[in-house]
Design a protein around this ligand. Structure first.
Ligand code: PRX
Length: 631
């Protein structure tokens, strides 16, 4: 199953298209199943469903852990590097991790957690996060991990949508020189969540917290009472494994649901092939487990492959901008996987932070989350990879569960800024506005996928109609990614970015409607429109055009501060606008629709490309906005 040469890739790709069921059944054979599937695949992209390995029985944690106890029990599974480099690291072998997961599975059971229950995790990047996640999977509960930078109201929305029974958190969270009172955020959220019966709190920072009698308990107390063995729950391949909330063009974030069997097969397959993982390698993905990258390529993919995976609690610039490279040197990391925004931020700090460290252990570099610009690609290649290491620019999404278009390290010839070729089993197509497939090379269109792959989204939690609507209605019979893409003369794919109202800020996906809703919650705001604009470090920044109540008596500066504070409170600091412009009107069509295209061009400073403004009710607002924006 392991692809080692371009020839292998071509053969595997051809087989995966000619006979997908046979192809994936051969890949899946290598996993531990208590019962094999009755059918490899059943699908329908019109009335959406995709079912993989239906009828198979298994538990993903037996594949991540128990399976490795035979011959790599004493190999390190997780290396944990704390936020503060003077604190000791933690290494957990497969045997130890297995025991801790079993122990915590028993804690979950003691809290009444059963198969199918939802458990929300709002935690720092500590080994206990991975342990809690795997324990959920072991007892058949569905984990819903919420990035610990989200606000209490964003957390409450997610808990309520999933109707989670238990929430797991910590007293506090170290991030760089900040000490964030995480438990307080949870307490505030839980004031509006009736489904939660227990809150399990990990002690991390010794911050003073209030423990609510009958609801809250300490992680260490519970674990000390728990048995160290726990039989894994027998799951069907199509039972849900997790929910992960992500932003779209409209409405509140939706809970993307992944089911266990297909996700397991694809996350390991893609991990092993893209990174060309070799036994004994030390692999490090710098993402947070609160995002899909952390789910698939810090925890599940690497552990399924029996790898050693590094987990880092902190940030790239603390104590200084050499931290990533210090960690690479310290653990002799072989594969390093990060986001373009981090590369650009570190590039800007200068080479002195890089050159202090020995990076000779590196063999493969990866990027994910947003398009990488050529300058950042070159810098990464030259100064981090020393021109020796292939860069895998991996394109994928929360919904795809795993990497879809990417070079296979050292196998696929790379080209800066190109995600290159689809993985076996992935059938991308480019469609024009009318839904015609663009044939041949040197074409550009909307990226869709025309055939199912094992780790694809199964539904949006509690609302299957929404899933059909968002992903399968733009182009009938296709999964629509929301990305624009070019296929060049070599058949290589280059992702151009979102074509919908989603912006990608430092690799984080943010819906413009979500930010607008948050801004509009400020009592002095009448209306707002949010667009993305090119940002040197973040890829895209958030630009908000806001109409304020003239009678509020607040000056621009006050409004600016208030709006930023409102967005932080409602969503979290990651969605804070970078620029706010007070305007007296927004460019609207006669039907009342805001013409974002015009605002985007103004935000970019490309006022010569405003296009046709004649359909606006009041074209003069455009002049006012241009003037205020100084473009
Ligand atoms: O626009 C694409 C961009 O990130 C979006 C998916 O975001 P999310 O679900 O948060 O998952 C991010 C991590 C997998 C995509 O629709 N994106 C992701 N990877 C790349 C990318 N854009 C260009 N190049 C990539 N390698």
């Amino acid at each position: 199953m392991r692809i080692r040469t371009l020839n292998d890739y071509t053969t595997a790709y051809r087989q995966s298209v000619e006979n997908p069921e046979n192809f994936w059944s051969n890949v899946a054979e290598r996993f531990l199943w208590q019962k094999k599937w009755d059918k490899v695949l059943e699908w329908d992209f019109h009335d959406y469903k995709a079912e993989w390995f239906k009828g198979a029985k298994f538990n993903i944690t037996e594949n991540c852990l128990d399976r490795h106890l035979l011959n790599k029990a004493d190999q390190v599974a997780i290396i944990w590097e704390p936020n503060d480099p003077s604190e000791n690291e933690v290494e957990l072998t497969y045997r130890q991790l297995h025991e801790k997961v079993c122990e915590f599975s028993n804690v979950l059971k003691s809290k009444g957690v059963q198969k199918g229950d939802r458990v929300c995790l709002y935690m720092p990047m500590v080994p206990e996060l991975a342990i809690a996640m795997l324990a959920c999977a072991r007892v058949g509960a569905i984990h819903s991990i919420v990035f610990a930078g989200f606000s209490s109201s964003a957390l409450a929305d997610r808990i309520n949508d999933a109707q989670a029974k238990v929430v797991i958190t910590s007293d506090g969270n170290y991030r760089g020189n900040k000490n964030i009172p995480v438990k307080d955020v949870v307490d505030e959220a839980l004031e509006n969540c009736t489904s939660i019966t227990s809150c399990i709190v990990l002690k991390r920072t010794e911050a003073k917290v209030t423990m609510q009698e009958g609801r809250d308990c300490w992680w260490h107390d519970e674990v000390s009472k728990a048995e160290k063995t726990c039989q894994a729950e027998v799951m069907d391949s199509e039972d849900p494994l997790f929910i992960l909330y992500t932003s779209g063009s409209t409405g509140k974030p939706k809970g993307v649901v992944h089911h266990g069997g297909g996700y397991m097969v694809y996350s390991q397959y893609s991990f092993s092939n893209v990174f060309q993982y070799e036994e004994g390698d030390v692999y490090w993905c710098t993402a947070d487990i609160g995002w899909i990258t952390g789910h698939s390529y810090i925890v599940y993919g690497p552990l399924l492959a029996g790898a050693t995976t590094v987990m880092f609690e902190g940030v790239p610039t603390f104590p200084d901008a050499g931290r990533f490279w210090e960690i690479v040197d310290k653990y002799k990391v072989n594969t390093f996987y990060t986001a373009p925004t981090a590369i650009r931020a570190l590039q800007a700090k200068g080479l002195e932070f890089v050159n202090k460290y020995d990076l000779s252990s590196l063999r493969v570099l990866g990027t994910v989350g947003e398009p990488i610009n050529e300058e950042a690609w070159d810098w990464y290649h030259e100064h981090i990879g020393k021109r020796r290491c292939p860069i895998v620019d991996t394109w994928w999404q929360t919904e795809t569960g795993g990497i879809m278009i990417s070079p296979l390290a050292g196998v696929t010839p790379t080209k800066p800024t190109y995600a290159t070729l689809p993985l076996p089993g992935v059938q991308p197509v480019l469609l024009d506005q009318d839904g015609n497939e663009l044939e041949g090379n040197n074409v550009q269109g909307n990226l869709c996928i025309k055939f199912p792959w094992p780790s694809m989204i199964r539904t949006t939690y509690g609302d299957h109609e929404r899933c059909k609507q968002v992903y399968f209605s733009t182009y009938a019979g296709y999964y629509f990614t929301g990305d624009g893409c070019r296929r060049d003369e070599d058949g290589y794919y280059r992702i151009l970015g979102r074509v919908d109202d989603v912006i990608n800020v430092s690799g984080h996906r943010i819906g413009t409607a979500e930010v607008e809703d948050a801004i509009n919650m400020n009592e002095s705001v009448i209306e707002s429109a949010v667009v993305g604009y090119p940002h040197e470090i973040k890829g895209q920044g958030i630009y908000a055009f806001v109409i304020c109540d003239e009678n509020s008596g607040k000056d621009n500066d006050t409004m600016l501060k208030e709006i930023i504070a409102t967005v932080s409170r409602v969503i979290g600091p990651i969605a804070k606008p970078d620029k706010v412009l007070m305007v007296s009107g927004l460019p609207k069509t006669r039907s009342g629709k805001i013409m974002r295209r015009i605002l985007r061009k103004i935000a970019e400073g490309a006022t010569d490309q405003l296009g046709d403004t004649s359909t606006l009710i009041d074209p003069t607002v455009v002049e006012e906005i241009k003037e205020k924006a100084g473009v």
